[in-house]
Design a protein around this ligand. Structure first.
Ligand code: NAD
Length: 401
């Protein structure tokens, strides 16, 4: 069956196995074109199948000869429906890693659960010994708390006042206005439960208890700050409260890692088109303008460039990472450069439905969105019939809840 993109709102419900494999291959080739980061790491990536997590797994695997265990929650192909993009990405990653003689094993299931943690512990014990790096890159709309069974749903709301803003409807290609209503205490609590730091701490505590953290072990989780136009919905909104909690968790984990001379960091990353970010109001408009400015200045980066810099310039920099005043790594430094922000915000009031193609890089936004699902990659024949069911080279550990 030939597969075409089917977009519903801000998700694409189809994905292309060969396109996803090409996307992974291009990221591998980028890493292979750069100086090596380090030799022979053992890495656990939680949220490893798409976006920043996938890129960090590729950067570690192919830039530091890393053996990797990847955790994600993806859907296999069934009843003539393609698998999710993260499934195809992970198959492609594992095949390429295996061809390089690297150990790569994946776990498909709910990372918030004890059962998935048990499975990861077993795999690490049997196959890696101890881990040098734990990347925590989950982006999820809900979490079932493993101890209480309570299901929390994260909210994308403001805190305090409603927020009116210019917005881009990516589906209709229309610039409109949105109003985002404030969340209540319950929304804040739920978003902190889902996207805050408790689960990251649970993972690190479990690995520590099992004696699976190597001397000097590091861990990193991701945050976003961005410009003031997005603050009411992001930094100062319900998701921002969760990110504050991630910073609290980083400090707590850091203390516990001291005995091993290890470190935990929050890395503030660039705004990029991923499945998670396309769901946030206002952000796609900002990204479309940002891409235009950063591409013109030759500063544009995708997830893989960001993760290469994170590993090479910070986590495995012999001089140690460069931190901001709050102790965070900042790979959003180019995005936040004064000249970049100034240009983005000179375009912001002018951009309209009529001039969107000239004032913004909406074309680049759309192309990158489709690439997330394996569409629009050069060298892939999209008219050809493709096999929807592709198997992992190693037996996939599926943890069904
Ligand atoms: P993404 O949607 O591309 O990836 C999310 C990953 O989490 C996938 O591997 C998915 O399978 C996995 N996942 C989700 N729920 C899961 C569950 N219950 N169990 C197991 N795996 C699960 O997202 P992303 O944009 O790469 O985001 C990763 C992190 O980076 C998030 O913390 C996000 O806030 C942060 N971040 C994103 C941006 C951006 O612009 N995209 C910028 C800065 C920081």
């Amino acid at each position: 069956m030939a597969i075409k993109p089917k977009i519903r709102g801000f998700v694409c419900i189809t994905s292309h196995p060969e396109g996803c494999a090409k996307n992974v291959q291009e990221q591998i080739e980028f890493i292979q074109s750069k100086p090596a980061i380090k030799d022979k790491l053992n890495v656990l990536v939680i949220g490893a199948s798409t976006g920043y997590g996938l890129a960090s797994r590729i950067a570690a695997g192919f830039g530091a000869q890393a053996n990797t265990v990847g955790v994600f929650w993806e859907r296999p192909a069934s009843n003539g429906r393609p698998a999710s993009a993260g499934w195809y990405n992970s198959v492609a990653f594992e095949k390429a890693a295996q061809a390089q003689g690297l150990y790569a094993q994946s776990i498909n299931g709910d990372a918030y659960s004890d059962e998935v943690k048990d499975e990861a512990v077993e795999l690490i014990k049997e196959n890696m010994g101890k881990v040098d790096l734990v990347v925590y890159s989950l982006a999820s709309p809900r979490r079932t708390h493993p101890k209480t069974g309570v299901v929390y749903k994260s909210a994308l709301k403001t805190v305090g006042e409603p927020f009116h803003s210019k917005n881009l409807d990516t589906d209709k290609k229309v610039i409109n206005e949105v109003t985002i209503e404030p969340g209540n205490e319950e929304d804040i609590e739920a978003t902190v439960q889902v996207m805050g730091g408790e689960d990251w701490e649970m993972w690190m505590d479990r690995l520590s208890l099992e004696g699976l953290l190597a001397e000097g072990a590091q861990s990193v989780a991701f945050s976003y700050i961005g410009p003031s136009v997005t603050w009411p919905i992001y930094k100062d909104g319900t998701i921002g409260k969760a990110k504050q909690d991630l910073e609290r968790a980083a400090k707590a984990i850091n203390k516990k890692l001291q005995a091993l001379h290890g470190h935990a960091y929050v890395s503030v990353n660039k705004a990029l088109v991923t499945q998670a970010s396309s769901a946030i109001p206002v952000v796609p408009l900002y990204i479309s303008l940002l891409y235009k400015v950063m591409k013109e200045k030759n500063l544009h980066e995708g997830c893989i460039e960001q993760m290469y810099r994170l590993l090479a310039d910070h986590l495995y920099n012999p001089k140690g990472p460069q931190l901001d005043e709050a102790g965070r790594i900042r790979v959003d430094d180019w995005e936040m450069r004064e000249d970049v922000q100034k240009e983005v915000f000179s375009l912001w009031p002018m951009v309209s439905t009529e001039n969107i193609d000239t004032l913004s890089d909406f074309k680049g936004y759309q192309e990158e969105f489709l690439r997330l699902f394996g569409f629009g990659l050069s060298g892939v024949d999209y008219e050809k019939d493709v096999e929807l069911e592709v198997d992992f080279p190693n037996e996939l550990k599926s943890v069904n809840m």
